[in-house]
Design a protein around this ligand. Structure first.
Ligand code: SAM
Length: 246
């Protein structure tokens, strides 16, 4: 394509993704608010509602592609004193922003830790987490099946997998508006705020290429998860996928 991400070898795809988040880390949170008109907060809230971190018992949570910490902070706020969250991301700059935000919002809180790592190869023990979340991250991972297999491996039996990801709008009219917004508004807006439009072209392109929600739900089931289901939100702009390791 004109964006140059088609048919790139897997290693190169990850390198491009890393480059994108390296460039935007400092302005990532601002861009999220601008580009989604604040909706990413609503979508993450829906993730937390599905997750319901318990307040009265131990809860080991893993947030993969955790970026600047949004999901992790919500889990800490809603969970109890026995909740702990591991934020894993491949990108040191994103983690650095997350760590800084954590120090402000949860000073000296030992319930949160930041780990640099790859979703495809988690350096974490088997059967060790009660829940695994990944928000707007799996789309960036070159081998989605590997990431799903790793999610399954690190979860305990009874553990929950939840994934928020951009999906496909199939509502008439809204689909056209969404497409126009994606291709004509997002990249220029990205350039205005960060000085770069390529990362945002990448964003739009990667959304377009991501599997349809039923296909992705089948991939989650193929990784071994039970009761794989999804809930479209905002007319299909985003879907919340769920599965259980039973
Ligand atoms: N979860 C955060 C949120 O919802 O705001 C951040 C999402 S951001 C769009 C995608 C994140 O995925 C980036 O921080 C990027 O560094 C991370 N990422 C990309 N490839 C990854 C991989 N293979 N393993 C782990 N994280 C990855």
């Amino acid at each position: 394509t004109h964006f140059g991400f088609e048919n790139v070898p897997l290693g190169e795809k990850q390198a491009k993704v890393d480059d994108v988040f390296h460039k935007v880390a400092g302005r990532y949170d601002l861009m999220n608010d601008l580009m989604s008109a604040g909706l990413h907060r609503v979508w993450k809230e829906a993730l937390l509602t599905a997750l319901k971190p318990p307040r009265d018992r131990a809860f080991h949570h893993l947030d993969v592609a955790g970026g600047t910490g949004d999901v992790a902070f919500k889990v800490l706020e809603e969970g109890g004193p026995q909740t702990d969250v591991t934020v894993l991301d491949i990108n040191a700059e994103m983690l650095a922003v997350g760590r800084e935000r954590a120090n402000k919002r949860f000073p000296e809180d030992e319930r949160i830790r930041f780990v640099q790592g790859n979703a495809e190869e988690l350096a974490l023990p088997d059967n060790s987490f009660d829940a695994y979340t990944i928000a707007f991250g799996i789309r960036n991972v070159p081998r989605i099946e590997k990431a799903l297999a790793e999610a399954y491996r690190v979860l305990k039996r009874g553990g929950r997998f939840l994934c928020l990801e951009f999906s496909h709008v199939d509502v008439p009219v809204l689909d056209k508006i969404y497409e126009a917004y994606s291709f004509n508004v997002i990249p220029p807006m990205g350039r205005m705020v960060t000085g770069e439009s390529e990362p945002y072209q990448y964003l739009v392109e990667s959304i377009r290429k991501f599997p349809r929600p039923q296909v992705f739900a089948n991939m989650i089931a193929d990784a071994g998860f039970r009761r794989a289901s999804f809930t479209p939100m905002t007319g299909g702009v985003v879907a919340l996928h769920s599965g259980w390791k039973l």
